[in-house]
Write a protein that binds this ligand. Structure first.
Ligand code: GLY
Length: 425
C-alpha cells in the first residue's frame, strides 16, 4: 500500500519513519515533508493545506492511506475531501476537528458530554472580558479561540497580568483573528499529561501517555513554545489513570461527537491536568501531539500502519496495539532566540555519530551539499530509548552532546522531575 503523510515537522518525520517499517507499505510520500523525509521517502512538493492538490495526488499515486499530521490540514478539510472521493484517511473532518480549532466549541462540547474541565467564560469583546476580570480580581488562563500554532494560550500569575494577556491577544493581535474570540478559563493546580488515543468514530484505544515541556527555559521559565521536549511513560499516570481518563474524558467526547453527526476518526489528544481535584481536561488536539508523537511512536512495538488503517476504516475492534516497556526522552534542539527571532542556515554536525536507539527527527532543516543546515526555530527532536526514564534521559543528553550547530539551545531539565518525583505527593 502507498501511504501519504501530510505535514512537515518532526512529528511527520517520526510518522514517516514508523510507516516505512511496515511490511504493508510499498511507498511513503509526504506533503510537503522536510529535508529528512526526502532522504527516506518521497516529498510531493504539495503544501499540507492544498486540499485539491492532495486529492489529485492521492488519486494519481494510488495512495491507500493518507495520514494527516497538522491541525491546519484538518481545519482546511483535507479529510473531508478525501472521504468525499472515497479514500481512506487517518484524521478527522474539519467539523470534528473543531474540538481543536475552536476552544469555545471544545469547552461547550465538554459541558454537553459531562467531561470534568475547569469553568470558563467566552468573550468577543475585550472591554467586557476585562470588566469581568476586574470584577473577579483573580487570574484566568487566556485562550485564543482559534488555531494559533501553540501561541494562543497565556497563563498569567494575577488579575493585572490577565488584563495584559487579553490586550496582547485581542488588541495587539499577536495571533491575528484567532483571538477575535477568547476563552477565560479557571486556573487549576496539578501536573499536565498528554493522553493520545486512536479513535474510529466509536472506539477509543489509548496510546502511552507522555509529558511535554512548553516553556523555553529550564525550570519552566521563559515564553511558551511549540514544545521543547518530552518523555514517556509517565509515572503519575499509569494504567488505572489511563482507564479512568478514557472513561471520564475521551469516550464521552467521542460519543457526543458521533451523536451530534460529526464522528471523529484519527488521533484524539487530550491535554489533562492531574491534581487535587482529580483529572480535568484542559484542551483537545485533533492530531498527534508534537513532540508527543516523537516520544511515543518509538515505544510502539508493533506495526503502526494496520492501526492507522483500522482507525480510518472504523475497525479498531480488530486491533490490539502493543508497546514496549521501554522509555523515551526527547530533547528539542532549537536555534538561539526561539520562539522569538533567530538566525538559520548553520551546518548541523554530528548526526552520523548517534548511538543505536537514538533518533533525530527533523523539524526544520534544509539539505546542503555537505549535510543538513538549520532552517527554523525548532530544528530537530533528539529522542533516546532506554530501559528506564533515567537511562533514556542519560542517553538523550549524551547524544545531544554529539550534535552541534551555531546557536544550538535546549532545555537541560527534561524528565528530571519524573526521576526525582515520579508520583504525585
Ligand atoms: N504538545 C502540544 C501540541 O502538540 O499541541
Amino acid at each position: 500500500m502507498n501511504v501519504l503523510i501530510v505535514g512537515s515537522g518532526a512529528r511527520e518525520h517520526a510518522l514517516t519513519w514508523k510507516a516505512l517499517q511496515s511490511p504493508l507499505t510499498s511507498a511513503v510520500y509526504c506533503a510537503p515533508g522536510n529535508a529528512a523525509t526526502a532522504a527516506i521517502a518521497v516529498n510531493s512538493g504539495l503544501q499540507a493545506t492544498d486540499v485539491v492538490g492532495i486529492a489529485r495526488f492521492v488519486a494519481e499515486r494510488e495512495i491507500g492511506l493518507t495520514v494527516i499530521g497538522p491541525e491546519a490540514a484538518v481545519a482546511a478539510g483535507v479529510a473531508d475531501r478525501l472521504i468525499a472521493d472515497g479514500r481512506l484517511v487517518f484524521g478527522p473532518t474539519a467539523a470534528a476537528g473543531r474540538i481543536e480549532s475552536s476552544k469555545a466549541f471544545a469547552k461547550s462540547l465538554m459541558a454537553r458530554a459531562g467531561v470534568p474541565t475547569p469553568a470558563h467564560h467566552v468573550f468577543d469583546d475585550p472591554a467586557r472580558a476585562k470588566d469581568f476580570v476586574r470584577g473577579e480580581r483573580r487570574p484566568f488562563v487566556v485562550k485564543a479561540d482559534g488555531l494559533a500554532k501553540g501561541k494562543g494560550t497565556l497563563v498569567p500569575r494575577d488579575a493585572d497580568e490577565t488584563l495584559e494577556c487579553i490586550d496582547t491577544l485581542m488588541l495587539r493581535k499577536t495571533v491575528g483573528a484567532a483571538a477575535d474570540r477568547i476563552v477565560l478559563e479557571e486556573k487549576i493546580d496539578g501536573r499536565e499529561v498528554s493522553l493520545m488515543a486512536l479513535v474510529d468514530g466509536d472506539r477509543v484505544v489509548p496510546l502511552p501517555p507522555a509529558c511535554d515541556y512548553k516553556r523555553a527555559l529550564d525550570g519552566d521559565k521563559g515564553p511558551n513554545t511549540g514544545g521543547m521536549g518530552g518523555y514517556s511513560p509517565v509515572g503519575f499516570f499509569g494504567p488505572e489513570e489511563i482507564d479512568r481518563a478514557v472513561t471520564a474524558v475521551l469516550k464521552p467526547v467521542v460519543q457526543r461527537l458521533r451523536d451530534e453527526g460529526t464522528p471523529y476518526y484519527g488521533c484524539l489528544y487530550a491535554g489533562l491536568m492531574v491534581g487535587p481535584s482529580g483529572v480535568q481536561a484542559l484542551e483537545f488536539n485533533a492530531r498527534f501531539g508534537d513532540p508527543e508523537a516523537q516520544v511515543v511512536l518509538p515505544r510502539l512495538s508493533g506495526d503502526v500502519v494496520p492501526w492507522l488503517e483500522a482507525t480510518a476504516r472504523g475497525a479498531l475492534g480488530e486491533i490490539n496495539p502493543s508497546w514496549s516497556g521501554r522509555s523515551t526522552v526527547g530533547v528539542v534542539l532549537a536555534s538561539r532566540g526561539y520562539p522569538g527571532t533567530y538566525q538559520t542556515g548553520y551546518p548541523v554536525e554530528g548526526l552520523g555519530t548517534l548511538e543505536p536507539d537514538v533518533f533525530a527527527f527533523h523539524a526544520a532543516t534544509t539539505a546542503g551539499p555537505a549535510g543538513y543546515l538549520t532552517a527554523g526555530g525548532r530544528v530537530l527532536t533528539l529522542v533516546a530509548l532506554g530501559d528506564s526514564i533515567g537511562e533514556a534521559r542519560e542517553r538523550a543528553y549524551r547524544n545531544v552532546d554529539r550534535i552541534r550547530f551555531q546557536g544550538m539551545t535546549y532545555r537541560h531539565d527534561l524528565a528530571l522531575r519524573e526521576i526525582e518525583a515520579p508520583v504525585l505527593p
